[in-house]
Design a protein around this ligand. Structure first.
Ligand SMILES: Cc1cc2nc3c(=O)[nH]c(=O)nc-3n(C[C@H](O)[C@H](O)[C@H](O)COP(=O)(O)OP(=O)(O)OC[C@H]3O[C@@H](n4cnc5c(N)ncnc54)[C@H](O)[C@@H]3O)c2cc1C
Length: 385
């Protein structure tokens, strides 16, 4: 196997394949340090934790991850809890993507498995025939990796999806007219669980990575630049969007990372092209509101690893043939949920005052209705693989 991309999708796929003694080489364009420096997801569904366990890398996540039995929704000056445990019997685990990546990298290095970091000019070819090849330049030398299959785990901007002939792929996309300004700070979270806030000034999210490290976001304009936002300006804006008693309780501190992420929904269909399989952000993007991106990447590679194990160990193509349809069925459920939750919680420029009042009405209905709260909870904690 050749795996392009050493994000969570590529690393987890390689770890799952290693459990079946299936050889995989990962080719990554960035350095290991750069990959580890990207601050992203933090909420893991149980299926993702189960896959980490299956890959033999869940120990630290199980020890240090925080079990969250619910979230809080803030709107109209009040705070309302959605109790996942009571509504679904399930929970999510708060454990940073950086930590997941770190655990996967360490396990791979410990087993002496190859990851070629800082690979330049990565190209793939031959995946429509019997002999796929990944070609790249490392330390000035051209490397050629002949393989049975290529896993395109190289994210939204990667080379794998871009190498598929235009007529073989259909893409669906929605770009949202706002972004998220995120701050990571070594301060204790304001509440034990995440707060999703709908406010006239825009959305805010109080998230966390541990009991000592918080991740906060505010909805911002796509024209905003990170350096326009001092730490003080960020904390002031965050507090304006929270109920008074929560705003007062926020512990502020210097940011250790600050970035702006645009929001996008995107799906490429199918996810298999001959001997090339796309997985994770290479095939689909969700706005981060529903906390689904990393979880979808994990379930994609869970399906792919099973399909490959059946192929190599049992001589069956069935799992590989079903890969694309199985993934896309789950992907579209997550796309729907992420779009709905984003539309409900953000200030939508085109919707005006009427749209804002409708959001308040829908949120009031949501927190007052067991079936509506259950639907949110079921989607948030995740669907079975
Ligand atoms: C602000 C924010 C918050 C988020 N919060 C959540 C959350 O709470 N829960 C959740 O589930 N998800 C969340 N996500 C989404 C999640 O981070 C992504 O879905 C996840 O990183 C996808 O993993 P991946 O391995 O598919 O892609 P990536 O993490 O993008 O990894 C792809 C890798 O491929 C490499 N690469 C790219 N091009 C090439 C090339 N040509 N050759 C070789 N290598 C290449 C890249 O350097 C990268 O290392 C969030 C995202 C953002 C931006």
């Amino acid at each position: 196997m050749a795996i392009v991309g050493a994000g969570p999708a590529g690393l987890l796929l390689a770890a799952l394949l290693a459990r079946h003694d299936i050889d995989a080489v990962i080719v990554e364009q960035r350095s290991a340090e750069y990959v580890l420096s990207r601050i992203r997801a933090g909420v893991l569904e149980q299926t993702t934790v189960d896959l980490l366990r299956e890959a033999g890398v869940a120990d630290r996540c199980l020890q240090e991850g925080l079990t969250h039995d619910g979230i809080e929704l803030s709107f109209d000056g009040g705070l309302h809890r959605i109790d996942f445990r009571a509504l679904t019997g399930k929970h999510v685990t708060v454990y940073g993507q950086t930590e997941v990546t770190h655990d996967l990298m360490r396990s791979r290095a410990g087993a002496n498995l190859t990851t070629d970091y800082e690979a330049a000019d990565v190209e793939i070819e031959g995946f429509d025939g019997e002999h796929p090849v990944v070609r790249y330049v490392r330390n000035g030398v051209v490397q050629e990796l002949a393989c049975d299959f290529i896993a395109g785990c190289d994210g939204y901007h990667g080379v794998c999806r871009a190498s598929v002939p235009r007529e073989a792929i259909t893409t669906y996309e929605k770009v949202y007219p706002f972004g998220w300004l995120g701050v990571l700070a070594d301060v204790p979270p304001v509440r034990p669980e995440l707060i999703y806030a709908n406010h006239e000034r825009g959305f805010a999210l109080c998230s966390q990575r541990s009991k000592a490290r918080s991740r906060y976001y505010v909805q911002c304009s796509l024209d905003d630049q990170v350096d326009q936002w001092s730490d003080d300006a960020f904390w002031d804006e965050l507090r304006r969007r929270l109920p008074a008693e929560i705003a007062e309780a926020v512990t502020t501190g210097p940011s250790i990372e600050k970035s702006i992420a645009p929001l996008r929904s995107f799906v490429a269909e199918p996810m298999r092209f001959g001997r090339l399989f796309l997985a994770g952000d290479a095939a689909h993007i969700v706005p981060p509101t529903g906390a689904k991106g990393l979880n979808l990447a994990a379930t994609d590679v869970g399906y792919l690893a099973r399909g490959l194990a059946e192929y190599y160990l049992e001589g069956s193509d069935a799992g590989l043939d079903e890969y694309s349809a199985r993934c896309l069925s789950r992907v579209w459920k997550a796309e729907r949920f992420s779009w709905w939750f984003t539309s409900l919680m953000h200030r939508l420029p085109e919707a005006g005052a009427f749209g804002f009042r409708l959001q308040q009405a829908e949120l009031t209905y949501l927190v007052g209705s067991r079936s509506a709260s259950s639907a949110l909870a079921e989607n948030y904690v995740g669907l079975p693989i």
